[in-house]
Design a protein around this ligand. Sequence first.
Ligand SMILES: Nc1ncnc2c1ncn2[C@@H]1O[C@H](COP(=O)(O)OP(=O)(O)OP(=O)(O)O)[C@@H](O)[C@H]1O
Ligand SMILES: [Mg+2]
Length: 479
Amino acid sequence: MNRYIVEFKKDKEQESALLTPVIPGKIIKVDFVPLQREIYLPVYYNISLIEGTTRKRIGKLGAWIAENYPLEDYHLRTISQNKTTLLSFKDKKRAILKSPSNNYEIITINKNDLGKRRRERLEKNGFFKGYDIKRNIVIGNYYLFRRKKKIRGLLELEPEFAHTDFLSLVVLDKLLDVLKNKKTKSIESLEGVEDIEEGKYSNFILSHYPVNRVKEAIEYIDQQGEWETFCELADKGKPILLNGPTGCGKSTMIKWYAHINNIPFYMAPTGNRETSMDDIIGSWVPADPKPIKAPGALSLAMVHNGIFYFEEIGPVDPGVLYGLHGVLDDKKLTIQSQYGFEVIEGADNFKMISSGNLDSRYTPIELSDAFLERWAQIKLIYPDKEGTIDILMSRAAGLDEKMATLITELIFDFRNILASYKKDMGLRGAVEVCQASLASKQSLRKLIEVYMLNPKSTYESDQTLYKKLMERVNKRIKG
Ligand SMILES: Nc1ncnc2c1ncn2[C@@H]1O[C@H](COP(=O)(O)OP(=O)(O)OP(=O)(O)O)[C@@H](O)[C@H]1O
Ligand SMILES: [Mg+2]
C-alpha cells in the first residue's frame, strides 16, 4: 500500500489541505479561499504541487455543495494535470468517483463492521470516520483521525492507483463543513439587485442577429420508428435527449427536423469538460462605448423562437447542466446584458434538444437524476444491416447495392473487433468511402483505410488493431 498523510493547515488568511506521501515525494496542496455566507456554485479551489520551495499550480477543484442543495446534487470535480475526476453522491453512505479510466465506489466505513483488532488499532489513534475505496474489491481506504481537536487523514492505496484521483475524497469532509452552512445565491436574489429591463436585450438580438435556418439537410431515414417518436415529442416542445453512439444519426435527425419544419436552428459549441454557461448563453465582447453581451445559441434560440441543440452533453460540467434547469422547467432565462438584467422567454417553437453517448464507458460523469428527469430520452442504436445499406445508398447517389452491402459487412466486421477495444464505429466513415468510391481514383482499400481504419487505430501504440481490421478488409476484398 502507498500511504499519504493529509493535514489541514490554517494561516492568517486561508486554510489548506496538504497531501504528503509517507515515502518522501511531491506534496499536493489544496487551498480553501475564505467564503461569504452566500456563495455562487461551484466554488473553486486551487490545487498546487509543492517541490522544495517551489510551488506550481496544477489544477483546480470545483465543489457543488451548499445548505439548500439536496445530497444527490453534490458533486466535486477536480481537474489537475489534464485529468478530470468527478465525485457524485448516491446517498449518505455511498459515492461514486469517476476518473477517466476507472469508476470507484466510495463507502463510509461502519465501525461495527471492522474487525476487533483493526478497530482498536484505529481508535487508539483517534479514528472517527473512514471510507473504503472499492473497484470491485477494496483497493484503498481513507481514514480520519482526531487528536487534541486537530484532524488528520490517512490515504492508503494499492500502488497502481493514482493518489491525485482521490483529492476530492481527501478534502470531502472539510468541504462539507465549510460549504454546508453556505446559502447559494439564486437568480431570484440577483433579480432584486437590479431592475429587470423589459425586452431591450431581446430587441437587440432580434435586430442584430439574423435568424439561422437549415437550408440544406440530409434526409433522416427511420430505423425503428424513432423518427415518429422524435417528431411527436419535438412538436409538443418537450425537451429531448438523444442517447446513442457516435455516428448513429443523432445530428442528422435534428437537422432534418429543423429543415422540414423550417424552424430556426442554433447549435451550442460541442460539449466538453470546459464548456461554460457563457458558451451557451452568451459572453461579453469589447465594444465602444461599453462591452456588449454576444448572445449564445440558447439565447438566440429563445429570442428567435427556434431549436437549441446541445451536442455531446456527456462530458459537460454538472454545474453548467444545473444552469439549464430553469430553462427546462419554464422556458425562462435571466440574462445580464449591457441593458442590465432581463428575463427572456422561449415561445411556441422554442425547443431544447441535446445529444450524447451516455454510456458509462464513454461518459466520465454521472448525470444527476434531477437533470435526466427533465428530458424525454430516446435511445438510438446503430441501424441493422438492411438499414445501413439503405442509408449508404441514399447518401451516395448512384452507388450499387453490391458495394453498399460490402461496406456494410465491413462495418459489422469492424464493430466486432472494435468492441474489445471499447470503441464504436459510426456510419460517417462508411458514407465517405461510398461517396468517394464514385469519384476518386484511389483504390477501395485505400479509401477504407483513410476513412474507416486509420481514425480508429491512430492511438493504438502497436499495430495489432490496424492489422486485425485490415485482415477483414483483405478477406472481403480479394485481389
Ligand atoms: N438514420 C439515418 N438517416 C440518414 N443518415 C444517417 C442515419 N444514420 C446515420 N446516418 C449518416 O451517418 C453519418 C453520421 O450521422 P450523424 O452525424 O447524424 O451522427 P451523430 O449520431 O450525430 O454522431 P456524433 O455523436 O458523432 O455527433 C452521416 O453521414 C449521416 O448521414
Ligand atoms: Mg452529431
